[in-house]
Design a protein around this ligand. Structure first.
Ligand SMILES: [Mg+2]
Length: 177
């Protein structure tokens, strides 16, 4: 059961993910969470570091698609459009539908698609259920949707369990200070 919540690896931030490693692992498409993964929660500003990372991603021939549980189309669209990438909003992750939509848009499949996000219960669980490559990032900020805060408590327990009972996995120990 813990395996379902264990990412392939963890990174400090989105732009801390090695594009070389993605290329080496045969990744051609990324399904990327929005809030607290690409930008702080409910904030349209994309940091220069993240912008540069997306430019490098494009140069490496890796596609991306924003897949967000955010219910507001405008919030998701404004960030995706700045980067010129497709998006899916109201995704209801961890359900599989939006992940499959993302892969359809990018014309990728389970073998060459990675999911990147800051939450175990939506991004990582959803990606692992479909046997995708999953990357957990440290949330950009502590501010988040009220419903997420409860899940963070559950996450803490899970992280402890994974650390103690599935130590082979390089699990998320870092959260924002
Ligand atoms: Mg998020």
């Amino acid at each position: 059961m813990l395996e379902l919540f264990s990412p392939t690896f963890q990174a400090e931030s989105l732009n801390g993910i090695s594009i070389e490693r993605l290329v080496r692992d045969g990744i051609r498409g990324l399904i990327i969470d929005l809030d607290n993964t690409m930008t702080p929660w409910n904030d349209p500003e994309i940091s220069p570091g993240v912008q540069k990372w997306f430019a490098e991603l494009q140069a490496a021939g890796i596609q991306s698609c924003v897949v967000s549980n955010n219910k507001h189309r405008g919030r998701v669209a404004v960030v995706a459009e700045k980067l010129g990438i497709p998006f899916v909003f109201r995704a209801t992750k961890p359900r599989g539908r939006a992940f499959r939509t993302g892969m359809k848009i990018m014309q990728t499949g389970p073998k060459d698609t990675a999911v990147i996000g800051d939450q175990l219960f939506t991004d990582i669980l959803g990606g692992n259920r479909l046997n995708l490559y999953t990357i957990l990032v440290v949330p950009i900020s502590k501010h988040e949707f009220v419903g997420t805060r409860f899940l963070r408590w559950m996450e803490k327990i899970l992280i402890w369990l994974i650390k103690h009972f599935a130590p082979a996995k390089n699990i998320a120990l870092k959260r924002p200070d």
